[in-house]
Design a protein around this ligand. Sequence first.
Ligand SMILES: *[C@@H]1O[C@H](CO)[C@@H](O)[C@H](O)[C@H]1NC(C)=O
Ligand SMILES: *[C@@H]1O[C@H](CO)[C@@H](O)[C@H](O)[C@H]1NC(C)=O
Ligand SMILES: *[C@@H]1O[C@H](CO)[C@@H](O)[C@H](O)[C@H]1NC(C)=O
Length: 390
Amino acid sequence: MKTLIITCVLILFFVSPCFCKRLLLASSNTYNVIYYGAKGDGKTDDSQAFLSAWEKTCATGGSTLVIPSKGTFLLKKNLMFKGPCQATNIQIQLHGKIIVPTQKAWQGNDSPIIMISNVNGLTIDGTGGLIDGLGSSWWSCESCKRPTVLAFHACNGLRVSSLSISNSPQAHIHINGCEGATFSNINIKSPGDSPNTDGIDISSSKRVLIKDSHIACGDDCIAIIGDSSDINATGIACGPGHGISIGSLGRNNGHDNVEQVYVYNCTFTRTTNGARIKTFKDGPGYARNITYEKITLIQAYNPILINQHYVGLEGVGGVEVSGVTFRGFEGTSGDDRAITLACGSRGCHDILLDKVNIKSSKTGKAAACSCTNVHGIATSTVPSCHGIYK
Ligand SMILES: *[C@@H]1O[C@H](CO)[C@@H](O)[C@H](O)[C@H]1NC(C)=O
Ligand SMILES: *[C@@H]1O[C@H](CO)[C@@H](O)[C@H](O)[C@H]1NC(C)=O
Ligand SMILES: *[C@@H]1O[C@H](CO)[C@@H](O)[C@H](O)[C@H]1NC(C)=O
């Protein structure tokens, strides 16, 4: 029987290479947007073709959506890749370039440009590809609502690698309501003065790892908000940008609980902040068990910062901040403000500074530490911090 099949395949192969190719394609369930009408000429709106290809991908088991390397695909409208899918192992291979038109020619709304929701077990490989949000036409109006480039909602078991996104009108990537996600080799690139262009925003998610990535943008490189726990960021080069932030928390009197965050082996280069926790003065919620470790600073402003008075006057510090460790910081701060821990009257608790060595890059101004209402301990920390209480 086996020999028979092999003979058949061999005959088919010689008689009809085309047939064989089709057989291979069909068996691997590959859906190339080109076969669904995408032009990839940078002028034609390819959003419908993307959607048609997605619907096929989602409906078939073990399937792959391909955006091929030859081509610039224009999306004039928001795309929604919606699950749940029939398939369990869905892949998206983004090898080409995706662009959006200028704000005037955009026919969509301010929802994310590409929204992927309720798809479990999704893998995205962006090798060689790029999504360019061409955001400069949007940035001039800071108060205007602007779309995020790529958003994931309720996608469990997500893996995204080698993805490049530049110039988002607003945030580059949103991760919301996802459990179990790994992002690696992500390359985000936008100017330092582009407004609100966060790199990666994580909310209401669990077990998320962002690793080995470059993030240059005009706001937080990574922001962790909402009800999130077990979030790690390792091997991140951040800058320009506003650092890796917890918060802001407590903005809408919602439940802003963030815990078990581990930021390890990251570099902040000329960022406006480094390791930052920011909370509104009287919202409910907490930030607990947060560790920043092995951090390299290159002229980073506010390299260590807790701000419980984020926006508004001094308050009691409604969002509880406790169990925060800053360990192994080396390098230079942009000015003399190396460590600022500004807690409300209720205090921040269990704050640990250890093996911190920050030098000011401002001539004639030594690096300084400023603390208010901080309870914890500082060991091997330069500049030294007075005013941390047990
Ligand atoms: C984050 O790091 C901690 C400490 O190393 C580890 O226990 C945890 O499993 C990691 N979580 C993720 C999602 O990578
Ligand atoms: C730190 O991150 C860099 C950049 O991703 C990586 O090359 C290096 O191996 C990491 N080091 C450790 C100790 O994890
Ligand atoms: C704190 O978070 C780390 C991971 O970031 C975790 O391994 C550890 O168990 C947590 N500790 C507590 C007391 O919750």
